[in-house]
Structures are given as structure tokens and as C-alpha cells.
Design a protein around this ligand. Structure first.
Ligand code: B16
Ligand code: MG
Length: 218
């Protein structure tokens, strides 16, 4: 039987770290003298830290020298790390453990494909690290989503061909990356926003075991 690879994004799929990213970016914006709203934070989902800072500075119409840019990148991350310091398993999004447990029991290869450079410590904090056979994150890629690089490396690490991989994603750029890599994409969140996905679910509570079995047998 052909193997199926299951690749999960982190923020917005496994845990909601977006709220902590938001607080850290908001603090930096305040320090630079402008407001950063929750609505604007939507633009940051699935986007690399560097690109987020570029967008933030555009919003605030702030120009920066390379040194300032680098300092603010570090500052935001130090602040973000304080927010995630006390994360634990209670922050795992609903039914994620059920899905991971089922796939593990069926010996399906599982990978993480995230833009975050903090992905591994977050998985450790929420005690999900043992489920993952491969972790590909912001430290391993040169091209950000919607480029498929992160998912293609994950497929390679799992030893599964891209057309036999399923990607769970909450960001439009992530769905586009999965599609560009020739993979099956599953949008987790608002179907009208993630309309390019092969399948759509609000969250994992609405995704049942027969659906996972169908993906495994395709
Ligand atoms: P870090 P994902 C993404 O996570 C977040 O959605 C995005 O807001 C963040 O800027 C990016 O990770 C980088 O995170 O600053 O921790 O390296 O959705 O790709 O898991
Ligand atoms: Mg995400």
C-alpha cells in the first residue's frame, strides 16, 4: 500500500499562537508610536517574522535602518517568548490530539510544516513533540509560503511523495503552498477565506475518523 504523509501547520492548526504574536507586535508598534489592530494581525498569519516586521513598518509608515530592523526583530521575539513561556497542553486546539493519536495508531507518517522558528519548543511545551516523525520550520527554509519548500522538505523527510501528502493549514498562503507542491490541502478555518483548499473544515471537531481513513486509502 502507498504511504500517506500527514503534514500539519502549527499556528492556527495545532495551537493558537497568533494571539501571542499579536501582543508582541502590538507592543512593538506602541513603542514605535502607532496602533496595531487585531484585524491587521490577520495579515500576519502564516507569514515569516521578517515579512511581518516589513508589513508592520509599512502600516506605521516607519522607516528603519538595517540595524534598527534587526533589533526590532529580536525585541519582538524576546517579548513573544515571554508570552509562550507558560504554554501547556491546555492550549492545544480541540480534537488535535484525537487526530494525531489515530494517525499514530495507524502508523501514518506525521510532520510539522510551519513558518515559525519557535515551532519545536512550542510542541515540547504542549507535549505533542513525540507524535512528529519530522519537523520542518522557519529554521529549515529559504522560501516562505506560498512557496511549497516547507512542505516539500517535510514530504522528503517522511519519505512520501508529494502527491501522497495531506497538508492541514489555516492560512491562504499555506493552502497555496500545499497546492503548489502537488499535495492535497485541508483548510482549517473559514471556508470562504480558504476556498482554494481541496477540503474545508471549521476545526478538527468537524473532521471525523472516516474522513482520515478516506485520505489514507486514496
Ligand atoms: P516566529 P505557522 C507562523 O506560524 C505564524 O502564523 C506567523 O504569524 C509568524 O510570524 C510565523 O509563524 C513566524 O513565527 O516568529 O515564531 O518564527 O502558521 O506557519 O505555524
Ligand atoms: Mg498557521
Amino acid at each position: 500500500m502507498t504511504k500517506t504523509g500527514f503534514i500539519f501547520d502549527l499556528d492556527g492548526v495545532i495551537v493558537d499562537t497568533a494571539k501571542y504574536h499579536y501582543l508582541a507586535w502590538k507592543n512593538l508598534a506602541e513603542e514605535l508610536g502607532f496602533e496595531f489592530t487585531k484585524e491587521q494581525n490577520e495579515l500576519f498569519k502564516g507569514v515569516s517574522r521578517k515579512r511581518c516586521l516589513e508589513i508592520l513598518l509599512d502600516i506605521g509608515k516607519v522607516s528603519a535602518t538595517q540595524t534598527q530592523f534587526d533589533t526590532w526583530m529580536v525585541e519582538k521575539n524576546v517579548d513573544y517568548l515571554k508570552y509562550i513561556e507558560n504554554m501547556d497542553a491546555s492550549e492545544i486546539l480541540p480534537d488535535v490530539p484525537k487526530v494525531l493519536e489515530f494517525l499514530k495508531k495507524k502508523a501514518q507518517p506525521i510532520a510539522l510544516g510551519s513558518a515559525s522558528k519557535n515551532a519545536r519548543p512550542i510542541l515540547e511545551k504542549v507535549a505533542l513533540l513525540p507524535y512528529f516523525d519530522a519537523i520542518v520550520d522557519g529554521n529549515n527554509v529559504t522560501k516562505a509560503k506560498p512557496d511549497p519548500e516547507v512542505f516539500l522538505i517535510a514530504a522528503e523527510k517522511l519519505g512520501v511523495s508529494p502527491e501522497n501528502c495531506i497538508v492541514f493549514e489555516d492560512a491562504v498562503a499555506g493552502i497555496q503552498a500545499a497546492n503548489a507542491g502537488g499535495m492535497i490541502s485541508v483548510g482549517i478555518g473559514d471556508a470562504s477565506v480558504l476556498s482554494e483548499a481541496t477540503y474545508n473544515f471549521n476545526d478538527f471537531t468537524s473532521l471525523d475518523i472516516p474522513f482520515l481513513e478516506k485520505l489514507m486509502n486514496n
